[in-house]
Design a protein around this ligand. Structure first.
Ligand code: SF4
Length: 347
């Protein structure tokens, strides 16, 4: 049976059915619709004002590649300028190849690129060194906990280095739904309640962050990359199989098979949840060591590095973190901090 006509241009043959709406579109009309939807997300959410210098967290993976490409297409209309910022976590056999993809993108799209490395920023610690250290203490599954916190800090540092006013990351709707599921599975009401929205406004001197692809499904991100013939790195990080996120991903796939709207339903559920007034955390303070926004005496990055430097990485995660709080009063977690574990592998 021949493919139906594109429901938008009515001239070309349709090349796909949109996963959510079932609309049959040709590749050109699909890409135009995808870009228009991202533009709407950015404009309606007032995420990137005209004149913004935007640091795009670039990992070489599909999400950040699509994000950089779409924003480059939209930049003239939005009146923004872009700068790719890549983080070298120091993961042998993985990150070098991914960074090569980012370098190719920077050249092809004529975008400035800055690479910041964990080893330079964090006193010589690379993720491979962290993995060896945490494995020694029986915490090899915690790699993503460390990496997520340090990468957030590294991206902030890189963005400041290039004079950015805003940071964007490539999290898509599936990533966000997985995060909501993980928070449910952990019973983490605080993070559930503050997990909505398209980003953080930049509290405590941090740069404003947003996720322009947050309402785009993973499938459509892949389709966009396919039809735009984007060159990206698709191998999984060597530490990813250990991550709890994988269980949430499997569960989400089952949920989506039974209920196609499950991904967006979960994303929107996070926007609608709110903590009871009595349960709301007090305003955050500043890290006693680096001055970054912190919910306790030390921010998460300083706490993790402190535990690593003491040779006691367990101190910095979970209940063990209590051991690091002798430097000042403890506060409850606050809104702009990332989840304490299992970040999204791609930016
Ligand atoms: Fe870091 Fe992602 Fe690898 Fe985890 S999966 S160690 S967060 S790069």
């Amino acid at each position: 049976m021949p493919a139906p006509q594109c429901a938008s241009c009515h001239t070309a043959r349709a090349a796909l059915r949109r996963p959510r709406s079932g609309q049959a579109l040709c590749g050109t009309c699909f890409c135009a619709a995808f870009e228009a939807e991202v533009l709407h997300t950015v404009v309606a959410g007032r995420l990137l004002p005209p004149g913004a210098v935007v640091a795009v967290g670039a990992s070489g993976g599909k999400d950040s590649t699509v994000l950089a490409h779409v924003l480059r297409e939209l930049a003239p209309r939005l009146g923004i300028s872009l700068h790719l910022v890549a983080v070298d976590e120091g993961i042998g056999g993985y990150r070098d190849a991914a960074l090569a993809a980012v370098r190719r993108q920077a050249v092809r799209w004529d975008l400035p690129l800055t690479v910041v490395a964990y080893a330079d920023l964090f006193g010589g610690w690379t993720m491979d060194a962290v993995a060896r250290s945490t494995a020694g203490s029986g915490r090899s599954r915690a790699c993503c906990t460390f990496c997520g916190v340090l990468r957030r800090r590294a991206l902030e540092e890189g963005a400041r280095l290039v004079g950015a006013t805003h940071v964007v990351t490539g999290h898509n709707a599936d990533d966000m739904a997985e995060t909501v599921l993980m928070n449910f599975l952990r019973g983490d009401a605080g993070r559930l309640a503050r997990g909505g929205g398209l980003g953080s406004p930049g509290e405590g001197g941090a740069l404003p962050r947003c996720r322009p692809l947050q309402l785009a499904s993973q499938k459509e991100v892949v389709l966009y990359a396919h039809f735009r013939r984007l060159d990206y790195f698709s191998e999984e990080c060597v530490y990813a199989p250990e991550a709890f996120r994988g269980h949430a991903r499997d569960l989400l796939k089952m949920l989506e098979a039974a209920r196609p709207s499950a991904v967006l339903d979960l994303v929107h559920s996070a926007e609608r949840l709110a903590l009871a007034p009595a349960a709301r955390p007090p305003p955050p303070g500043a890290c006693s060591r680096c001055g970054a926004l912190a919910s306790r005496a030390l921010c998460q990055a300083c706490a993790l590095l402190d535990g690593l430097n003491r040779g006691r990485p367990r101190l910095a995660i979970g209940k063990g973190r209590r051991g690091l709080d002798e430097e000042g009063p403890r506060r409850e977690p606050q809104p702009s901090l990332p989840p304490t574990s299992e970040p999204v592998p791609d930016f």
